[in-house]
Design a protein. Structure first.
Length: 303
């Protein structure tokens, strides 16, 4: 059976390497964009540009938080944490959601102030070029993050990518707002900033939902559970299975089940079958921790 590159299907060490690279790339991009946007905002005075500067600042904080969370989540299991530290990713996601909510409220306040006290904008050329540069950098980062998410299903990287998808929309909106302001419609500047703020607030819910599922040990997707069942039942000596339980914590996948075997099998033979089934599951889900309890078929059918 060939290995898939779907989430949870690559070797743990490869997943760890990809996740670390994604966090380093995220922090680097956020730092570069903060410097560029800060200069452009000082020259233009655009509240939309301030919005994207604030968003990039929060991206940097969130990316640094992710870097630390991923580093902790990838540390091996120890005596106090026998199931590893994977849920540190979900906790980081909740922290990012709090930052997102705070940033959206700040942007709404700043936008209303600008609507009440309009200020002429300047530095359009530099501001627009900075936005084009920001969009290009963000697209490159998102492409890499998407690759990492598809292969690792990392909660922390997924939340970070949501930040930058928001940032991409923010940058495009600011570019349009600056263009409209240059053509004599400066009132669109605070309106775009408010729209951005509400989109950022909406995006927080997606992060919270994914982190909550992670912390509450949500089952693997139905197609993956079905695949596990097919792998188990494909063994010639397995008569059935029940009580399949699955979850994912960081890069680690946990699978528990009861398999049904013929009554006449010896303990040694039953153990051999359990090991073979476990190996077959791990071949498709590398690094998964699989716990199998063998049940005599007569006991199951009599219940």
């Amino acid at each position: 059976m060939t290995r898939s590159t779907h989430p949870g299907r690559i070797a743990p060490e490869q997943a760890a390497r990809l996740m670390r690279l994604a966090t380093y790339a995220s922090v680097s991009v956020a730092t570069v964009l903060i410097g560029a946007k800060l200069l452009a905002w000082q020259l233009s005075g655009s509240v939309s540009l301030l919005a994207t500067l604030v968003d990039s600042g929060l991206d940097a904080v969130a990316s640094l938080l992710n870097l630390l969370a991923v580093r902790h989540a990838l540390s091996p299991a120890d005596r106090e944490h026998r199931f590893g530290h994977g849920k540190a990713e979900a906790l980081a996601g909740l922290g990012q959601a709090a930052l997102i909510c705070g940033s959206s409220l700040f942007l709404v306040y700043a936008s209303i102030q600008r609507m009440l006290e309009p200020v002429a904008l300047g530095g359009f050329g530099l501001g627009m070029w900075v936005m084009v540069f920001s969009i290009a950098m963000t697209l490159l980062l998102l492409t890499f993050q998407r690759h990492v998410i598809l292969r690792t299903d990392s909660t922390a990287i997924r939340a970070d990518a949501l930040h930058y998808r928001t940032d991409l929309l923010v940058n495009a909106s600011v570019l349009l707002a600056l263009a409209l302001s240059r053509w004599g419609w400066p009132g669109f500047d605070p309106l775009f900033a408010i729209a951005i703020a509400f989109y950022i607030l909406y995006s927080a819910w997606e992060i919270i939902s994914h982190a909550f599922d992670h912390l509450m040990d949500r089952e693997l997707p139905d197609e993956e559970r079905l695949e596990i069942e097919q792998i188990v039942l494909s063994h010639a000596k397995v008569r059935g299975l029940h009580d399949l339980r699955t979850r994912r914590s960081g890069k680690d996948t946990f699978v528990q089940m009861h398999i049904e075997l013929d009554d006449h099998l010896s303990l040694r033979e039953a153990h051999r079958i359990v090991v073979e089934v476990e190996s077959a599951v791990v071949e498709v889900f590398p690094g998964a921790e699989v716990l199998i309890h063998p049940d005599p078929l007569s006991v199951v059918t009599s219940q």
